[in-house]
Design a protein around this ligand. Structure first.
Ligand SMILES: CC(=O)N[C@H]1[C@@H](OP(=O)(O)OP(=O)(O)OC[C@H]2O[C@@H](n3ccc(=O)[nH]c3=O)[C@H](O)[C@@H]2O)O[C@H](CO)[C@@H](O)[C@@H]1O
Ligand SMILES: C=C(OP(=O)(O)O)C(=O)O
Length: 434
């Protein structure tokens, strides 16, 4: 298990460019399974989860050429679907959440797939009901395979229908869209998730010949087509990485430019940081975060303590609450964080409390942060990264802290952040991988 040693207290300065979006990459790479033609995807982040998914595609027979570090060509012409029956496949799927996104395309094209328990962050219950319900509505049937803890799913044919999702699940919506694009007739998906990841997937599918309207809304209409063809697609900058860098720049920056962020696709992320008192200037498609001696948390208009809560898009993504919490520890004022979607994502605040942060964990979903207004710096310590976003939040805390910190289990951070220590060290951080 690898660790980071971080010597805190070095201000960061300069320019950083976000990687391509992890959650979009997982979807659009799986979409390449929908055609036997070549699909070329650029701005693919070189991170553990995405590399594991590419390996899985390779294992089932997808032809893959790496054109450059962040660009690949996929050709799903001749697949070995027997591999889906193997224990090795089940084991590999358990390493990443994104593995679940192979089911929709396989079902659409071959009318059968295997559902295994996917991996991903252990941040509470992560049910797959929306996926199951959507596939069933399209005509698929599930059979539990005793002794293997997997479901086989198959369909004689998939037929379009109207569906109202039980919740706006991101991967669930992506999976159902991919299953429906080649179903017979029309499908409408109401209460669809509409994150930029989903919008990008729909645009890519349309460029492959699919007929999807309502992109960007929670009502999608899909007219099934016989066949999809190849395409070229470029992944958007990772909005969660952009948000992580805004938080880092606010805490430890001495003037940071975040380049080419695709401001139009960040939704309310910049405003969530502004509500903590962070100044964010825009210059073309770049964000500039000046040095902050102090920043003051907003209150609600009636003067009461502000709450920052997650919600499906266009609400605030749950994936940035951990970073916002760290930023709040040095703000002036008090804020309540309400993590509605996940049950175990706030427990990492114990580690921030050990570092000297003033946080009350009210229950698994809510934490109150009383900021230090830079009167007291956090102190370094030894900690372990429980999940990807807690990991980056702890890394930011450690860079800002007095003294040296050690973060174990940094494989969690590597799941989603490309070459992070090299990129942060080039801004002035002092992080060593051991
Ligand atoms: C690979 C990938 O893309 N992962 C993202 C995806 O995971 P994933 O697609 O697995 O997450 P879902 O959108 O299915 O659900 C996330 C959690 O929120 C709950 N929920 C969801 C929708 C809703 O309207 N109400 C509600 O309570 C679900 O029950 C679940 O506990 O979306 C999550 C929510 O943005 C992100 O944290 C993950 O980074
Ligand atoms: C929860 C996350 O990822 P995953 O869904 O891959 O576990 C995340 O990216 O914050």
């Amino acid at each position: 298990m690898a660790s980071f040693t971080i010597e805190g207290g070095h201000p960061l300065r300069g320019t950083i460019t976000p990687q391509g979006a992890k959650n979009e990459a997982l979807q659009v790479i799986c979409a390449s399974l929908l055609t036997e033609d070549e699909v070329t995807i650029s701005n693919i982040p070189d991170i553990r989860d995405v590399n594991n998914l590419i390996q899985l595609l390779n294992d089932i027979g997808v032809g893959i050429s790496r054109i450059s570090r962040n660009e690949y060509m996929f050709r799903a012409a001749d697949l070995n679907l027997e591999y889906l029956e193997s224990d090795e496949f089940v084991k590999k799927c358990a390493a990443l959440r994104g593995s679940v996104l192979m089911i929709g395309p396989l079902l659409a094209r071959f009318k059968k797939a295997v559902i295994t328990k996917p991996g991903g962050d252990k941040i509470g219950r992560r049910r797959l009901d929306t996926h199951f319900l959507g596939f069933s509505k399209l005509g698929a049937e599930f059979h539990r395979i005793e002794g293997r803890n997997v479901y086989e799913v198959d369909a004689k044919e998939l037929n379009g229908c109207d569906m109202l999702l039980d919740e706006a699940s991101v991967t669930g919506t992506a999976n159902i869209i991919m299953a429906a694009v080649m179903a017979r007739g029309n499908t409408t998906i109401y209460n669809a998730a509409c994150e930029p990841y989903i919008q990008q997937l729909c645009r890519m599918l349309n460029s492959m010949g699919a007929m999807i309207t309502g992109i960007g809304s929670n009502l999608l209409t899909i007219t099934g087509v016989e066949k999809l063809c190849g395409t070229r697609h470029r992944i958007l900058p990772d909005m969660i990485e952009v948000g992580s860098f805004i938080g880092m720049a606010a805490m430890v920056g001495d003037g940071i430019r975040i380049k080419n962020v695709s401001i139009n696709n960040l939704g309310i992320i910049p405003d969530a940081f502004r509500r903590l008192g962070i100044t964010i200037n825009e210059d073309g498609d770049d964000l500039i975060i000046p040095r902050h001696e102090h920043y003051t948390i907003d209150s609600f208009i009636d003067g009461t303590i502000m709450t920052l809560a997650d919600a499906p898009w266009p609400g605030l993504t749950p994936d940035l609450l951990s970073v916002l919490i760290v930023v709040a520890t040095q703000a002036k004022g008090t804020v309540l964080f309400h993590q509605k979607m996940f049950e175990s994502r706030l427990f990492f605040v114990d580690k921030l409390i050990d570092m000297g942060a003033q946080i009350i964990l009210c229950d698994p979903h809510r934490a109150v942060v009383v900021g230090h207004d830079h009167q007291m710096r956090l102190r370094g310590g030894r900690m372990s990264s429980p999940d990807i976003r807690a990991g980056i939040a702890l890394l930011i805390a450690a860079i800002s802290a007095n003294g040296t910190s050690h973060i174990d289990n940094i494989e969690q951070i590597d799941r989603g952040y490309e070459n992070i220590e090299v990129r942060l060290n080039s801004l002035g951080a002092n992080i060593t991988r051991v």
